[in-house]
Design a protein around this ligand. Structure first.
Ligand code: HEC
Ligand code: HEC
Ligand code: HEC
Ligand code: HEC
Length: 126
């Protein structure tokens, strides 16, 4: 192979690599903007949850909540692993998982003087 050809092949590979990275970056699943979290048969009012506020404003990484997913860029819900009532393969029931995930961090935030809901009716808003 002459030198010119090698350079050409090299350049083509760089372009291809960049294209793949670009694709991968945009393939990340967009989180739903706002959700109302409500479990089956819930007795308390549903809990509003805003991704943007958590991921952009509070700079919380996806895996802090979507910790179980094989590909953290393609997260699903929590329910495939966390059962409504029972411990399943070591995973605590979904209510306990939510309470631990959400309330623990909010308490840490409050300790740092950032206001975040920690009381029942601040999350389960009527
Ligand atoms: C930081 C937010 C937050 C706080 C504070 C919180 N919860 Fe929840 N709770 C949730 C989320 C999220 C769920 C799951 C979605 C839902 O409400 O069904 C949930 C689910 C539940 C459920 C199971 C579903 C139902 O409605 O029967 C109960 C019971 C419950 N919470 C009671 C409480 C009580 C009692 C308190 C106060 C001691 C409390 N929660 C404080 C976020 C919170
Ligand atoms: C503070 C916790 C938290 C953070 C941080 C977070 N999420 Fe979520 N996300 C949730 C909760 C809770 C749900 C609802 C899960 C359910 O309905 O079972 C959800 C749902 C989703 C869903 C819909 C899943 C489905 O198929 O139902 C996607 C996609 C998603 N999040 C992507 C992301 C991405 C990407 C990031 C990072 C940029 C992120 N999330 C950061 C808590 C979080
Ligand atoms: C692929 C399966 C899987 C998914 C999806 C998943 N979890 Fe879990 N989770 C587990 C398992 C297994 C455990 C117990 C072992 C451990 O602590 O890692 C657990 C434990 C937890 C704990 C307790 C950690 C502790 O220190 O006690 C919390 C809180 C939690 N999960 C929250 C969530 C939330 C919120 C979601 C959805 C946004 C979620 N999980 C999605 C499998 C999963
Ligand atoms: C790792 C930290 C962290 C986790 C985990 C987390 N939060 Fe938050 N949350 C925050 C912070 C920080 C704020 C305050 C943001 C601000 O106003 O700057 C906040 C604010 C909120 C608010 C008040 C603002 C609003 O949207 O009305 C709600 C409701 C809320 N979180 C719900 C939840 C729920 C439900 C979960 C669990 C699924 C959760 N959060 C998990 C850090 C967290």
């Amino acid at each position: 192979m002459d030198r010119k050809f090698k350079v050409l092949v090299g350049a083509a590979m760089v372009v291809l690599f960049a294209a793949i990275m670009f694709q991968a970056g945009y393939a990340q699943k967009k989180p739903p903007e706002s959700l109302m979290l409500k479990l089956n048969g819930a007795k308390f009012p549903p809990v509003p949850f805003t991704h943007f506020l958590h991921t952009e404003k509070a700079k919380v990484g996806c895996v802090r909540c979507h910790h179980g997913d094989e590909d953290p860029k393609e997260p699903g819900g929590c329910m495939p692993c966390h059962d409504r009532n029972d411990v399943k393969s070591g995973a605590p029931p979904i209510k306990d998982a939510y309470h631990k995930n959400c309330i623990d961090c909010h308490k840490e935030s409050v300790a740092k003087k950032i206001n975040a809901p920690t009381k029942c009716n601040e999350c389960h808003k009527k």
